[in-house]
Design a protein around this ligand. Structure first.
Ligand SMILES: Cc1ncc(COP(=O)(O)OP(=O)(O)O)c(N)n1
Ligand SMILES: Cc1nc(C(=O)O)sc1CCOP(=O)(O)O
Ligand SMILES: [Mg+2]
Length: 229
């Protein structure tokens, strides 16, 4: 397994409407991975535990081949079960209302990536940092067809959130035409559903996002290359 730097780049999030069965979920996710992802999130709101276990396990194995962590949305128990089954590349994303981050951190251990939704609020970010978050997600920054009701946030928040010293995720309507706006505002990770999975040739869509990001590699990349000589 090649290990990539998960702290910057394109963060693709799966969608059960755009990828409605195993075949399309796995093929679409592999295309996205070929395009170059920092992180992949399994986001499935169904209550079909058997399906979720099967799909998340297969995605974790696929992600391993690409050296990419798989982040499970919402479900600490599923992330824990996958890690206990040997998928140590599995992390978790928690929103407000998805459970206590500190409890999930204790259950998943110090090495699991755990992300937190902070909407447009620095106080939520501060609490997430205290409870052991690995990254902070802010948004939505642009209109999102995937989640039209998500509360809006101002791009200026991203610069203010630099103080926490954790990777900042921008989410909500991010695509090829605004990805550099979010990057220049301070986001190291750019989270996308529709811009990745909402059309044909997923690999090419991710490559295009990466091409645009390459114009603005950003501060974490600079720090990383300095510290590794
Ligand atoms: C990277 C990332 N950021 C934000 C979210 C949203 O989480 P949440 O507010 O819990 O909403 P749902 O995704 O669960 O509908 C996310 N999933 N990923
Ligand atoms: C899952 C999610 N959370 C959001 C938030 O603001 O917390 S916006 C969002 C959907 C992101 O999808 P798209 O890239 O298609 O807009
Ligand atoms: Mg959630």
């Amino acid at each position: 397994m090649n290990h990539h730097d998960w702290t910057r780049g394109v963060y693709a999030i799966t969608d059960a409407e755009l990828l409605p069965d195993d075949a399309r979920l796995f093929a679409g996710s592999e295309s996205a991975l070929r395009g170059g992802l920092a992180l992949l999130q399994y986001r499935d709101k169904s209550t079909d535990d058997g399906k979720r276990w099967r799909q998340a396990g297969a995605l974790a194995a696929l992600c391993r081949d690409y050296g990419v962590p798989l982040i499970v949305n919402d479900d600490t128990a599923l992330a824990l079960r996958l890690r206990r089954a040997g998928h140590d590349n599995v992390g978790l994303h928690l929103g407000q209302g998805d459970g206590e981050l500190a409890v999930s951190r204790q259950q998943l251990g110090p090495h699991a990536i755990i992300g937190a939704t902070c909407h447009g609020r620095l106080d939520l970010a501060e609490r997430a940092v205290r409870e052991g978050a690995s990254y902070l997600a802010f948004g939505r920054f642009f209109a999102s067809s995937t989640k039209p009701g998500a509360p809006p946030a101002a791009l200026s928040l991203l610069a203010e959130a630099a103080v926490f010293g954790l990777p900042r995720v921008a989410i909500g309507g991010i695509g090829r035409d605004n990805i550099l706006l979010a990057r220049r505002a301070g986001a190291e990770l750019l989270a996308c559903v529709h811009a990745v999975f909402g059309g044909e040739d997923i690999e090419a869509r991710v490559k295009e996002l990466n091409r645009r990001l390459a114009q603005e590699p950003g501060p974490i990349a600079a720090t990383h290359s300095l510290s590794t000589g």
